[in-house]
Design a protein around this ligand. Sequence first.
Ligand code: HAM
Length: 432
Amino acid sequence: MSFQALRGTSDLLAPDVARWSAAEHRLRRLAATHGYREIRTPIMEDAVLFLRSVGETSDIVQKEMFQFEDRGGHQIVLRPEGTAAVVRAYLEHNLHKTQGFTKLFYLGPMFRAERPQAGRFRQFHQYGVEALGSASPWVDVEVIALAHEMAKACGVPGAVAWIASMGCRADQARSAEALRKKLAPHRATLCADCQARFEKNVFRVLDCKKPEDQKTIASVQHGSPFLLCEECAAHFSQVKDGLRQAGVPCEDTAAFARGLDYYTRTVFELRAPGLGAQDALAAGGRYDHLIEDFGGPPMGAAGFAGGIERLLTAAAHAAAPQTAEEPARRGVYLATAKPALLPKAFQLVSALRRQGVEATLDYDGGSLRAQMREADKLGCRYVAILGDQELAKGELTVKDLAQGGAQESIALDRVAETLAGRLSHKAKACHR
Ligand code: HAM
């Protein structure tokens, strides 16, 4: 019997793991410099959390949640996104009372049962930030600028923020009414899904992919469907001014669809060249009612989430072709002439590791030649040979593979310290 990873999920092996770790490290630093502290929420949540926030008519809730009933009959979901969980945690831990304005970030897997295709996975990973407890347009600016910095930090130049405003809830109600009026004469010709959308969330009709419906939409809706009140228009213009000042490349786009229901006012998508149809590196916006909808006080909030897989794909596109330069040799391989010497070899390897040197050895009785070959394959800098003769003399034979195998003898009780000293801090690891 053989097994494979589930469709839309993947294993991460070397050398990709190193690229991921490096990106995660840079993203954590970026969050820290902007004052966002890490939060880790569970991967499973109550299904109702997403129904109430992402929205009952959204694709995520309608068709993409990995949902199951637990033994107690509760509906559980593998989280499809991070915002709802962060807001739940913010309220559950009373951060709205103890800290007020709170800036949090997260890095972790999300799950959506989408049809897998390039850039779309069933388990994917997001880097997200949420700034909770402020209605200031400068928070929108900070969040969008941070998304742009995120792309740069991951090696993606040329990303552009597509921004729009959906207005406040009153604006959305007014805009929905206006859109319904325009669509009403064509209602009977809309597809079955859009008939339902017309009642429940008429803006979703605008996202319909069916060609007939697209024709109808094009004939009735030009530009943004959102009619902004004075305050929302002023808020949006401050956001645009702020982004201009911050030097974030932006496109003010009238037609804008977000797949989640909690947004008010500013929404945005960060797009990168060269990603094809799935060109959104990140997306987010303001959600001024979610805290209140979850039982908290009325408090504004904004955030975004970026897809790590897409960021790294875009970075690989943007990277200059790799030169075939040999990576520097690192670490120590302790080659043992016979299995009986393993206890001593293990002791020496442990001493090297305590000095911060990545050290490795063979447990399976391979010949010295085979061990030398393995050390070379692993890219180790030194091979230290332990045989009966060496043990009798109280020393090791050490070959420097970066110097064509130049050989010397080093006393057993000095070897860890000597080799650790020679390997620079950066070059201590012996990597597979
Ligand atoms: P979202 O637009 O659903 O927003 O997802 C954000 C980003 O996650 C996308 O732009 C994309 O890079 C990545 N992404 C989404 N689905 C997939 C997938 N199936 N495969 C690979 N990458 C994917 C949210 O999730 C909101 N919670 C963002 C937010 C935070 N809004 C406010 N705060």
